[in-house]
Write a protein that binds this ligand. Structure first.
Ligand SMILES: Cc1cc2nc3c(=O)[nH]c(=O)nc-3n(C[C@H](O)[C@H](O)[C@H](O)COP(=O)(O)OP(=O)(O)OC[C@H]3O[C@@H](n4cnc5c(N)ncnc54)[C@H](O)[C@@H]3O)c2cc1C
Length: 397
C-alpha cells in the first residue's frame, strides 16, 4: 500500500446507517478538482475550484458545519474595473480605463438581460450560445462580440459547443440577475482554502480509505468526473445513452489554471475574457491582494505549459496591458490530468432533453455521483454535496 499525504489504508470499526463504507481515491491527496497550494508569503492559491456563495446552499451549509465560512474576495468587478476587455474571435480587443471599464460592465449586464430573455425553455435547449447570440437582432456586432467572449469564458470552449440552456440554468440559480451571477460564481473564496474544507470532511468521515489507488473492482458510488469515465470498463457495460455521453456527448473544458503574483500597479481592477485569437488565455482577473502583491488568475488554453516558469512569464508578456511584472507563478494543467480530464464536462445543445436523466440513472448497484451529475449545482462545488445527498438517499432507500 502506498504512503500518501492522507495516510495509509486504515480500517475503522463502524459503518454508516448500516452500510460499511470504503473510500478509494486514485490520487495521494483529497480534494480532486479542488486543490489549495501554498505560494509563499502566506499566499494560498486555488489551483482548481475556488469561488463559493451563499446562493449555493449545499456548499454553504457544509462550510458552516465545518466552521469554514470565512471568505476572501476577488476584486475584478465593475466597481474596480480598471482594465476590462471582452474580445471575441471576430472582434478586436476593447481596452478601457477605469470609468469606461465600469460603463462597459454595466452595458454587459444589460446585454445579458436581453440574452436570457426568452421563456421557451425546451426550444432553448436546442440552441448553442452562438445560436442564441445570432438571434439577438437588436444587438450590434460589438455587443454580440462582448456577449460571446463573456459567456463562452465560463466554459473555456467555443460558443458553438455550449448549450445555451446550461448558462440559463446558472442564471436561474442566481435569481435571474446577471450582476448576481458574477458575484455568485467568481467573488468569494474560502479563506482557509478548499483543501482545508476537503480535509475537514475527511477527518469527519473516520472510516476506511485507500489513497493512491485507482479503483479496479466493482464499486457502488464512483464519484469520478464525466470527462474520464470512458477510460473505465464497466461489467456489465453502461447503457448505450450513458456510453454515448461519456465518449462524445460532452466537450471537456480543457482550460489550465495559472495563478500569478505581480507587484505591478493594477489597482486591482482587471477583468479580461478573450475567445481565442492571439491570447493564450480565455479569461483573466484580479484575484485579491496579498501584501504588496496582486494575485491574478488566468484560465489558459492547453498547450502553453503553464507549469514552467519561463513560459509563465512569456505568457504574461502577451497580456494586455503589457508590462505586468511576474514575481511568482504556479498552476495546474487540468487538461493533462488523467483523473480530471479537464476542468469540467461542457454540455452541448439538446443535452438536457437527451441525456440529463439517463446519466443519473443507477447502473445496477453502481450509482454515478458528483458535481458533474448534479441537477442544480452541476459544475460547482455545491453540486458535490447536492448530488451526494441524492445518491445517499437512493442507496439507503
Ligand atoms: C480550474 C477549475 C476552476 C473551478 N472553479 C470553480 C469555482 O470557482 N467554484 C465552483 O464551485 N466550482 C469550480 N470548479 C468546479 C469544481 O471544482 C468541481 O465541480 C468539483 O470540485 C467537482 O467535485 P467532484 O467531487 O464531483 O469531482 P472531483 O473533485 O474531480 O473528484 C473526483 C475524484 O475521483 C478521483 N478519481 C478519478 N478517477 C478515479 C479512479 N479511476 N479511481 C479512483 N479515484 C478516481 C479523482 O482523483 C478525484 O479525487 C472548478 C474546477 C476547476 C478544475
Amino acid at each position: 500500500m502506498q504512503k500518501s499525504q492522507e495516510g495509509f489504508t486504515w480500517t475503522a470499526k463502524g459503518d454508516f446507517q448500516g452500510k460499511s463504507v470504503l473510500l478509494v481515491e486514485a490520487r495521494d491527496r483529497i480534494g480532486g478538482r479542488c486543490w489549495t497550494a501554498e505560494a509563499g508569503d502566506d499566499t494560498k492559491v486555488e489551483l482548481g475550484g475556488t469561488w463559493v456563495h451563499w446562493q449555493q446552499p449545499h456548499v454553504f451549509s457544509e462550510l458552516q458545519r465545518y466552521d469554514l465560512a470565512n471568505f476572501q474576495e476577488t476584486v475584478a468587478f465593475p466597481e474596480n474595473g480598471e482594465f476590462v476587455v471582452k474580445e471575441s474571435r471576430s472582434h478586436p480587443a476593447r481596452v478601457q480605463n477605469s470609468a469606461e471599464g465600469q460603463v462597459m460592465m454595466e452595458r454587459l449586464e444589460g446585454l445579458m438581460e436581453k440574452f436570457f430573455d426568452n421563456p421557451d425553455y425546451l426550444e432553448l435547449d436546442k440552441l448553442s450560445l452562438a445560436d442564441r447570440i445570432a438571434q439577438l437582432d437588436s444587438c450590434s456586432q460589438e455587443e454580440r462580440s462582448m456577449l460571446s467572449a463573456h459567456t463562452a469564458s465560463f466554459y473555456g470552449v467555443s460558443p458553438e459547443k455550449v448549450s445555451f440552456a446550461e448558462v440559463l440554468h446558472t442564471h436561474a440559480l442566481c435569481n435571474f440577475d446577471p450582476a448576481m451571477m458574477d458575484i455568485a460564481i467568481m467573488k468569494y473564496k474560502i479563506a482557509r482554502g478548499t483543501t482545508a474544507f476537503a480535509r475537514a470532511i475527511l477527518d469527519d468521515y473516520k472510516r476506511a480509505r485507500i489513497f493512491g489507488s485507482p479503483f479496479v473492482s466493482k464499486f457502488v458510488i464512483p464519484t469520478i468526473p464525466i470527462n474520464v469515465i470512458s477510460s473505465i470498463t464497466f461489467d456489465p457495460p453502461l447503457s448505450t445513452l450513458q456510453r454515448e455521453v461519456f465518449s462524445t456527448g460532452v466537450t471537456p473544458a480543457k482550460s489550465d489554471k495559472l495563478l500569478v503574483c505581480t507587484s505591478s500597479d493594477l489597482r486591482n481592477g482587471f477583468n479580461v475574457t478573450c475567445e481565442g485569437g492571439d491570447m493564450p488565455y480565455t479569461s483573466g482577473f484580479a484575484d485579491g491582494k496579498h501584501g504588496n502583491h496582486t494575485l491574478l488568475t488566468l484560465l489558459a488554453h492547453p498547450g502553453n505549459n503553464l507549469d514552467r516558469s519561463e513560459e509563465n512569464i512569456r505568457l504574461m508578456e502577451t497580456l494586455r496591458p503589457t508590462g505586468i511584472q511576474v514575481d511568482s507563478a504556479c498552476g495546474h494543467l487540468w487538461s493533462e490530468d488523467s483523473y480530471a480530464g479537464g476542468v469540467t464536462p461542457v454540455r452541448g445543445p439538446e443535452f438536457l432533453q437527451k441525456y440529463h436523466d439517463a446519466i443519473r440513472r443507477p447502473h445496477g448497484q453502481v450509482h454515478l455521483c458528483g458535481s458533474d451529475f448534479a441537477d442544480g449545482g452541476r459544475g460547482f462545488i455545491s453540486g458535490v454535496f447536492e448530488d451526494a445527498y441524492r445518491v445517499t438517499r437512493d442507496i439507503l432507500r
